[in-house]
Write a protein that binds this ligand. Structure first.
Ligand code: ZN
Ligand code: ZN
Length: 397
C-alpha cells in the first residue's frame, strides 16, 4: 500500500462521530456498520479486518493483524463458529496470509466475539494464545455469577429509539442480552444482590450455548497458553507492545500500547461513539470506578496517535474520547441523583425504570443502574438500606 493510500486509510478512519444519516435513512453508529470484506492497512504492518457479528448494537468486530517476518499475530479473532472462521480465512488470504502463518492470538477480554476464533488457530497453526491472567469465561467466581454484554443499555436504548420511536409503549419492557453468552450460572432461583432477577441471555442463546458446551468446552473457549498482565511487553509485528490492564467492561480487559508509533489497541475499553456495558455484577466493589480509573490510565498514555477499537473505526484523540465517556457517566450519575430527589428512597428497579425507556427495562438495565448507585454510595453520595424482602433501597444525598 502506498503512503498516500495509507494516509487515506488512516484519515478515513479518524472521524470520531457517527456519520450523518442520509435523508430518510435510519441513523447508524459506526459500531453498527456491517463488516466490509476489504482489509485496511492502517500503518505499516498493521491491518484491520472486519468480521461479521450479529448482536444488538454491533455489526462487526475488528480483528487486527500485526505482521512480521514470521507471519502474523491477530488481535480478537471474532466469534466462534464457521461463519466467522470462513470470513477470517478470506481476509487472511487477501492479506497474503495462511492460517498457519498466525503464530499468536491476542484476546483483549473474555467475550465470545473477541476470543471465538482463537481455539481454531491454536489447533490449526499451533498459535500461542495470549490474554490477561484473569481471563475467565462462563465461570462464576461469586454466587450471582457474571454477565457482561457488549454495549451499554443506554446506547441500545438510543438505537432502539432511533429505529422505532413510536413503539415505546408497545414494547415487552425487557432488555435483550447483547452478548450470546452462557447464563451467568447463579443457582436456580438466585437473585441479584439488589433483589431482582439475575441477568439471563434469551432462551435461544442459552440453548445454543448449552449445546456447544455439550460438544466440549475445548471447541470454543480457548486455553490461554500465555497469560499476561499489566506492564508486560509483547514483541509483535516488529514492535514492542506494552500490556495495559483496563478493568471495567470486564475484569480481564487488556489494551496494548506501542509508544514508538503511537498505536493503542483499545479492545472494547474505549469505543469511538458508544460506551461499553459496565455491569454491577462484578467481583470489584465499584466496577464503575475501575472503569474510570482505566479510562484515566488510557488517557494518560504518552504519544498515542491512533487508537484501534474492537468495534467502529480507528480514531485519534484517545484522551478526548476517554474524557467524553467519563462525562457521559457523570451525566448519568447526575440523573440518578435527580431521580432520587423525585422518587425518594427507591429500589434499583425503580431507578432503572426512570433511567431507561420501558423497552429496555430488565436485568441488564438494573445491573447498570446498580453499578451507578453503588458508585454513588461508595463515594458517600448515596445511602443504601434494605426493605423487608431484602431488596436494596437507595437514596442519594
Ligand atoms: Zn466486550
Ligand atoms: Zn466487543
Amino acid at each position: 500500500m502506498s503512503q498516500t493510500q495509507e494516509q487515506k486509510a488512516v484519515s478515513a478512519a479518524v472521524p470520531p462521530t457517527a456519520s450523518a444519516p442520509a435523508k430518510g435513512k435510519k441513523p447508524r453508529k459506526q459500531e453498527q456498520e456491517a463488516a466490509r470484506s476489504e482489509i485496511t492497512e492502517l500503518t505499516p504492518q498493521v491491518l484491520r479486518m472486519e468480521l461479521p457479528i450479529r448482536m444488538p448494537g454491533l455489526g462487526h468486530v475488528n480483528c487486527y493483524a500485526l505482521l512480521d517476518e514470521d507471519g502474523a499475530a491477530v488481535v480478537d479473532p471474532g466469534m466462534p463458529g464457521p461463519d466467522n472462521w470462513n470470513a477470517l480465512k478470506k481476509r487472511l488470504k487477501q492479506a497474503g496470509l495462511r492460517v498457519k502463518d498466525v503464530h499468536t492470538v491476542i484476546v483483549t477480554h473474555s467475550h465470545p466475539d473477541h476470543f471465538g476464533g482463537a481455539t481454531r488457530f491454536a489447533k490449526q497453526s499451533g498459535a500461542r494464545i495470549v490474554a490477561h491472567d484473569a481471563f475467565r469465561f462462563g465461570v462464576a467466581p461469586q454466587p450471582h455469577g457474571h454477565d457482561h454484554p457488549e454495549v451499554s443499555v443506554d446506547d441500545l436504548d438510543a438505537q432502539r429509539e432511533a429505529l422505532a420511536p413510536e413503539q415505546d409503549g408497545e414494547s415487552s419492557g425487557r432488555a435483550g442480552t447483547p452478548h450470546g453468552r452462557p447464563p451467568p450460572s447463579p443457582e436456580r432461583g438466585a437473585r441479584t444482590p439488589w433483589g431482582g432477577d439475575p441477568p439471563r441471555p434469551p432462551v435461544r442463546h442459552r440453548l445454543k450455548w448449552g449445546a456447544m458446551r455439550l460438544l466440549g468446552k475445548g471447541g470454543w473457549v480457548p486455553t490461554i497458553t500465555h497469560p499476561t498482565r499489566a506492564g508486560a511487553v509483547l514483541r509483535l509485528g516488529g514492535r514492542e507492545w506494552f500490556v495495559v490492564h483496563t478493568p471495567g467492561h470486564t475484569e480481564d480487559h487488556i489494551c496494548l500500547h506501542n509508544r514508538e508509533d503511537g498505536l493503542f489497541l483499545a479492545g472494547d475499553h474505549v469505543l469511538p461513539t458508544i460506551t461499553p456495558h459496565i455491569s454491577g455484577l462484578s467481583s470489584f466493589e465499584d466496577p464503575l470506578k475501575e472503569f474510570f480509573d482505566s479510562l484515566d490510565e488510557a488517557a494518560a498514555l504518552p504519544d498515542v496517535e491512533l487508537s484501534l477499537p474492537a468495534h467502529g473505526h480507528p480514531f485519534g484523540d484517545l484522551a478526548g474520547r476517554c474524557e467524553a465517556i467519563k462525562q457521559h457517566h457523570a451525566e448519568r450519575l447526575d440523573r440518578v441523583k435527580e431521580i432520587s430527589r423525585m422518587l425518594g428512597p427507591a429500589s434499583v428497579q425503580a431507578f432503572s425504570q426512570q433511567l431507561f425507556r420501558k423497552r429496555s427495562w430488565g436485568p441488564m438495565a438494573e445491573s447498570e443502574t446498580y453499578a451507578h448507585l453503588e458508585h454513588l454510595r461508595i463515594l458517600g453520595d448515596a445511602e443504601r438500606t434494605s426493605d423487608r424482602e431484602g431488596n436494596y433501597i437507595y437514596v442519594t444525598a
